[in-house]
Design a protein around this ligand. Structure first.
Ligand code: NDP
Length: 257
C-alpha cells in the first residue's frame, strides 16, 4: 500500500450542480458538498425558495449559486447548464435529485398523475443527466449521483408511478455507468428510505405508517436528512474512484431485512 495514495473525501476545486436543491434532501446534500469544499449551484422551480435557501447558507458561511429551472423542460435544463458553464467553466459533480410523489391506489391513479411523476422523476433525471454527461465526456471526468429510493426496489402500496420512476433510475444508473466508464465518469445512485422532508412530512404524520416503517427497519428509527450527506460525499469524492453502477441503500437496513 502506498500511503501517498490514500484518497481524499475533500471536494475543494470541484464544481457541482444539485437539482431540487431548494429544500429537503437536495438542499442538505448541497450544504454537505459546500462544507467539503465544492462550489455548488442549486436549482428548483420556485425562485423565492432558492433565494431563501442560498441566503440561509450564506449566513452559515457557504457561498452557493442558484438558477431557476424546471427539470421537465429541455429548454430550461439547457439554460441551466449554459449558465453553469459561464459561472463554473467545468462540471465535476451532478446530484440528480429533483423529484416528487403522488401516492394513490393503482385504480385511482390518473393519467396526469402518472405523467407528472414520470416527467419529473425520470424524464427530468434523463434531461439533466444528458447535459451533465456531455460536459463530463468533454472533460473526461465526472461524478453523476442519481437520487433513487428504496421504492425502486421494494414493492409498497400506493407507489405505482413513483416506484416505476425510481426503478427506472436504478436501471439508468447502470446503463450510464457502462456507457460513461471509458470517459472516467462514475455513475451511482443513492436510495433512501423514508426521511422527513417537505415531501414526506404529511405522509409521516400517521403514527400507524411510521410504526409499519419502523417494523421493517433494522435500526428501528427513521433516517435523518443529514444521513444522506455521507454517501453523497463518498460518491462525489476521490474515495469512490473504483465504484460505479451501484445503488446504495440509505435505509437503516430495510432492504437487508
Ligand atoms: P422535497 O419535496 O423536500 O424537495 C424536492 C425538491 O425538488 C425541491 O427543491 C423542489 O423544488 C424540486 N423539484 C420538484 N419538482 C421539480 C421540477 N419539476 N423541476 C425542478 N425542481 C423540482 O423532496 P425530498 O427532499 O424529500 O426528495 C428529494 C429526492 O429524494 C426526490 O428525488 C425523492 O424522490 C428522493 N427521496 C426522498 C425520500 C424521502 O423520504 N424524503 C426517500 C427516498 C427518495 P421546487 O418545488 O421549487 O421545484
Amino acid at each position: 500500500m502506498n500511503v501517498s495514495s490514500i484518497p481524499s473525501f475533500g471536494l475543494r476545486g470541484k464544481k457541482a450542480i444539485v437539482t431540487g436543491g431548494s429544500k429537503g434532501i437536495g438542499l442538505t446534500i448541497a450544504t454537505g458538498l459546500a462544507h467539503y469544499g465544492a462550489e455548488v449551484m442549486v436549482t428548483g422551480r420556485n425562485e423565492e425558495a432558492l433565494k431563501d435557501a442560498v441566503r440561509n447558507l450564506k449566513e452559515h458561511g457557504y457561498d452557493v449559486k442558484w438558477k431557476r429551472a424546471d427539470v421537465t423542460s429541455k429548454e430550461e435544463v439547457e439554460e441551466l447548464f449554459s449558465y453553469a458553464d459561464e459561472v463554473f467553466g467545468q462540471l465535476d459533480i451532478l446530484i440528480n435529485n429533483a423529484g416528487m410523489n403522488i401516492r394513490k391506489p393503482l385504480v385511482e391513479v390518473e393519467e396526469e398523475d402518472w405523467d407528472q411523476v414520470l416527467n419529473t422523476n425520470l424524464k427530468g433525471i434523463f434531461l439533466v443527466g444528458q447535459q451533465a454527461a456531455k460536459r463530463m465526456i468533454n472533460q473526461q471526468s465526472g461524478r453523476i449521483i442519481n437520487i433513487s429510493s428504496i421504492l425502486g426496489q421494494v414493492g409498497n402500496p400506493l407507489q405505482t408511478s413513483y416506484a416505476a420512476s425510481k426503478g427506472g433510475i436504478n436501471q439508468l444508473t447502470k446503463v450510464w455507468a457502462a456507457e460513461l466508464a471509458d470517459h472516467h465518469i462514475t455513475v451511482n445512485a443513492i436510495a433512501p428510505a423514508y426521511i422527513k422532508t417537505p415531501m414526506t412530512e404529511g405522509f409521516l404524520q400517521d403514527p400507524e405508517r411510521v410504526e409499519q416503517i419502523l417494523s421493517r427497519t433494522l435500526l428501528k428509527r427513521m433516517g435523518e436528512v443529514e444521513e444522506v450527506i455521507g454517501p453523497a460525499i463518498f460518491f462525489a469524492s476521490d474515495a469512490s474512484s473504483y465504484v460505479t453502477g451501484q445503488v446504495l441503500y440509505v435505509d437503516g437496513g430495510w432492504t437487508a431485512n
